[in-house]
Design a protein around this ligand. Sequence first.
Ligand code: PLP
Length: 408
Amino acid sequence: MPNTFLHPFTNPSWGQEDLINVVKAKGSILWDDKGKDYVDGLASLWYCHVGHDEKRIINAVTDQMNTLATYNTFAPFTNDVAVRAADAVAEVSPHPDGRVFFASSGSESIDTALKISRLVQQRRGHADKQIVVKRTRGYHGVNFGGTSAQGIETNRTGWGDLVPHFMEAPADDIEAMASIFAQHGANIAAVLTEPLQGAGGVFPPPEGYLEGLRRLCDDHDALMIHDEVICGFGRTGSWFGSQTFGVTPDLITFAKGVTSGYQPVSGVIMSKQVGEELETLNDLLRHGYTYSGHPAGMAAVMANIQVIKDDGLVERANYVGEKISAGLQALQDDGMIESFDGVGAIWGAELGRNAVPVRDHMLHVNGVVVRPVYTRIAMCPPLILTDDEIARLLDSLAEGLTVTPVDA
Ligand SMILES: Cc1ncc(COP(=O)(O)O)c(C=O)c1O
């Protein structure tokens, strides 16, 4: 029986009995209402970098709520905590001298970056530059801009007409991208890509791909947008995927790991140049969300960044990744998986068969949360995952591959 709550990305006919009722979480472990425990191999939904029940964030948010729980930042108002949070985000980013805009969800950050790119092109006198090029497999949220930018076709269809002027290139084909630029360069406002594609199944960029994209953007006066909603804040073994892969975009979207999910915060980091171009507007930036710079969210941003720094979690992403990739290598050597890809603490295993039954076994029998993406299993745990928990995750994957029928 469905209940009143219409769940996101869930069959609307499902009821409470078809779902796992999570009642508690601590570190990398969560518990359901029946007392069963699970290893959170997906950091909830790719976001809980510092792990669950982190009191340093909870206390910082509580203190902020007791001081100034909420007030907006539309002119003529501001608050110190938003100003400091923006500094803290910029400081660890590839644009320490840039500007930071805050929103509440990854989807809002995408639509913001799309609008800012178009605005910048208009300001440069390039009114005809409206096309945004994106890649297959890309996931860019569910607002109308992000839905139009989706490289996962099933997420894009069924909603009627989408936003015009999006073009898609096959994910790993820089030549295809180059020919889109050769044909439409004069009309391209921006390229939108995740540095490492996450929700599409965990695909790092092919060697030289992002560099090639940067060159195409430079040659055609297009902006480069990195969607770092998953990659940001340590996930890839640097603060940002842009740093891991050594390519600096003009705009970076972020969400998830910016607060490890303790408050719904997202945003866009802009280069110094983009920031300066906006300053010439001489008018209101007619874009903003009620909760942009929300004090409680901003307190979570600062506390979360401090926890990541204090506990060395950016480096720990690489430690977790070495352990996971060693386990995946062993599974590949045994012929149990076809291949695997990843970096830092985000990995995808290619099973060469439907991943859902394997995931179901891992979840329901072993109590291990991973994400099936067609024929792949995605892993993206908290950066604090212990050796025992890593072993439980890998053992469970091996068991799931062994006991479930290949043709299920
Ligand atoms: C790369 C990327 N961009 C955007 C989004 C959308 O974020 P949200 O679900 O917070 O709107 C996601 C969500 O998983 C994502 O992975």
